[in-house]
Design a protein. Structure first.
Lengths: 127, 107
C-alpha cells in the first residue's frame, strides 16, 4: 500500500525554525518527485514546494510566500522528503501535507500532478 | 502566478442531484488541471487529472471536462459520501495554484 507519513510539526515561536519529514512506503521513492502543500486553519490549499527526482537533478521549486525561507530536500536511501522551515511567521501556521507527484509528458515538457497525500502534520507559529 | 477561480463557493444539493462545479484560469493551462475532494480533517483525494482523466478507484459518477481556461467537474448523481469540499488545481506552471474551493452541502 502506498503511504506517506508526515512528522515534525509542533508549536514554534516566530522567527524560529522547524524541519518536517515525510516518510514514504509502498513505492520506489526515488522514481517520484515530491511536494509539500499547506492549509491554514479554515482556509484552502496552498502549494508550498516541489522537488524533482534524482534523474531530473533533484531541482526544487517554491511558492513566492516561502522562497528564501523554506528548503525542500530528499534522502532516497531513507525514502524521506524534508521541508526545512526557517524564519517562521505566524502566517505559516497550517497543516502541512506531503504528496507524491506523478510525471507525465506533453507539449514538449514534463508536467507533475499530486496523486497520493499524507494525513498531514500541524505547524503552529505563535509567541 | 496563474489565478484559479471556482464557482460557486458553496452549493446546496440533494442526494441524486446532478452537480456541476466550474473552475476558470486567469490564463490558458491547456489540459493540465486536476480536481481534488477533501472532507473535514482529512487529506485531499485526487479525483481527476489532465482535466478529464479519472483516477483509478474513483467512481464513474465523477467526470471532468474543459481545456484552456474553463473547466468543469460534474457529479452525475450525488451520493451521501460526496458531501465535501472540491478544489481545482493547475499544474501547467511549476508554481501550482488551487482554486478557493467549492463546498457541497446537504440541501
Amino acid at each position: 500500500e502506498v503511504q506517506l507519513v508526515e512528522s515534525g510539526g509542533g508549536l514554534v515561536q516566530p522567527g524560529r525554525s522547524l524541519r518536517l519529514s515525510c516518510t514514504a512506503s509502498g513505492f520506489t521513492f526515488g522514481d517520484y518527485a515530491m511536494s509539500w502543500v499547506r492549509q491554514a486553519p479554515g482556509k484552502g490549499l496552498e502549494w508550498v514546494s516541489f522537488i524533482r527526482s534524482k534523474p531530473y537533478g533533484e531541482t526544487a521549486e517554491y511558492a513566492a510566500s516561502v522562497r528564501g525561507r523554506f528548503t525542500i530536500s530528499r534522502d532516497d536511501s531513507k525514502s524521506i522528503a524534508y521541508l526545512q522551515m526557517n524564519s517562521l511567521k505566524t502566517e505559516d501556521t497550517a497543516v502541512y501535507y506531503c504528496s507524491r507527484d506523478v510525471k507525465i509528458y506533453g507539449d514538449y515538457k514534463y508536467y507533475y500532478y499530486m496523486d497520493v497525500w499524507g494525513k498531514g502534520t500541524t505547524v503552529t507559529v505563535s509567541s | 502566478d496563474i489565478q484559479m477561480t471556482q464557482s460557486p463557493s458553496t452549493l446546496s444539493a440533494s442526494v441524486g442531484d446532478r452537480v456541476t462545479i466550474t473552475c476558470r484560469a486567469s490564463q490558458s493551462v491547456s489540459s493540465w488541471l486536476a480536481w481534488y475532494q477533501q472532507k473535514p480533517g482529512k487529506a485531499p483525494k485526487l479525483l481527476i487529472y489532465k482535466a478529464s482523466s479519472l483516477e483509478g478507484g474513483v467512481p464513474s459518477r465523477f467526470s471532468g471536462s474543459g481545456s484552456g481556461t474553463e473547466f468543469t467537474l460534474t457529479i452525475s448523481s450525488l451520493q451521501a459520501d460526496d458531501f465535501a469540499t472540491y478544489y481545482c488545481q493547475q499544474y501547467y506552471s511549476y508554481s501550482r495554484t488551487f482554486g478557493q474551493g467549492t463546498k457541497v452541502e446537504i440541501k
